[in-house]
Design a protein around this ligand. Structure first.
Ligand code: HEM
Length: 217
């Protein structure tokens, strides 16, 4: 919301069919996979940056519209699971929500990773945008990062950004940059990840759309 109205309780009427209201997030809905281990990761190691390639499966399914009083979001619940070709153990796992506020063009990504770290990344985009960028900054109460005490002291995460691009062939690509101060190392480390994902399945419609009989668009 640009300005906080006097009435912070009255909700807007929400469309029961989330998949029709996702604006710039419409093209993220569904089940996606990389074509083999084409993702590229640079992560921090004691001896310096380590470069790895990875495979990814990303799912984003519709949730019912969410209201913070008059603030209305349509969104997707996502999970990404990443493996490196050399090992069976999970290389990276992440869950959260992608949210879109039609009134303002606000896009939010909640980032939750099983290292004891969460972030809220924020940006704006037009409904038909072919790309957008969201950012999160340590210390912000609006789009901040919270880390467990070990990470705060050993891998202090100063910022996170994600740039999403929708490609002409229907795939989409992302570049994330997670900037961190690694204890004992000079400067700020750019833990960078990038991949292109291709559709392998349709999104689950939100629960309310099934109840009222408005299936997928
Ligand atoms: C495709 C996405 C990502 C992959 C494949 C990935 C992979 C990795 C790997 C392999 C490490 C080194 C682990 C170790 O040596 O123990 C690492 C470290 C780390 N990653 Fe990521 N990561 C990704 C995204 C992110 C994101 C989005 C964040 C935060 C917003 C993040 C935060 C961290 C932190 C704080 C560390 C340092 C912790 C440590 O090494 O103990 N990563 N990541």
């Amino acid at each position: 919301m640009a300005e906080i109205p006097d009435d912070i309780f009255t909700e807007q009427d929400a469309d029961p069919n989330t998949l029709a209201k996702l604006g710039p997030l419409t093209r993220l809905a569904g089940i996606w996979a990389s074509q083999g281990p084409r993702g590229a990761d640079v992560n921090p190691k004691a001896e310096g940056p380590e470069h790895r390639i990875y495979s990814e499966r990303f799912e984003a399914h519709a949730i019912d519209a969410q209201s913070n009083g008059p603030q209305l979001f349509y969104g997707l619940r996502y999970h990404t699971h990443i493996n490196a070709p050399e090992e069976d153990a999970t290389f990276h796992d992440q869950t959260g929500y992608w949210l879109y506020e039609p009134d303002t063009g606000l896009i939010l990504q909640t980032v939750s990773i099983p290292r004891g770290q969460v972030a809220l990344a924020k940006g704006f985009a037009a409904p038909d945008a072919r790309s957008f960028k969201l950012t999160s900054v340590r210390g912000s109460t609006e789009n901040g990062i919270c880390s467990t005490s070990f990470l705060e002291q050993a891998f202090r995460t100063d910022s996170y950004s994600i740039e999403v691009t929708f490609n002409a062939d229907g795939s989409w690509s992302y570049v994330t940059e997670t900037m961190m101060a690694v204890r004992g190392q000079e400067g700020i480390f750019n833990h960078k990840d990038q991949n292109t994902l291709f559709k392998v399945g349709e999104p689950n419609p939100n629960p309310l759309s099934l109840i009222v009989g408005q299936g997928p668009i």
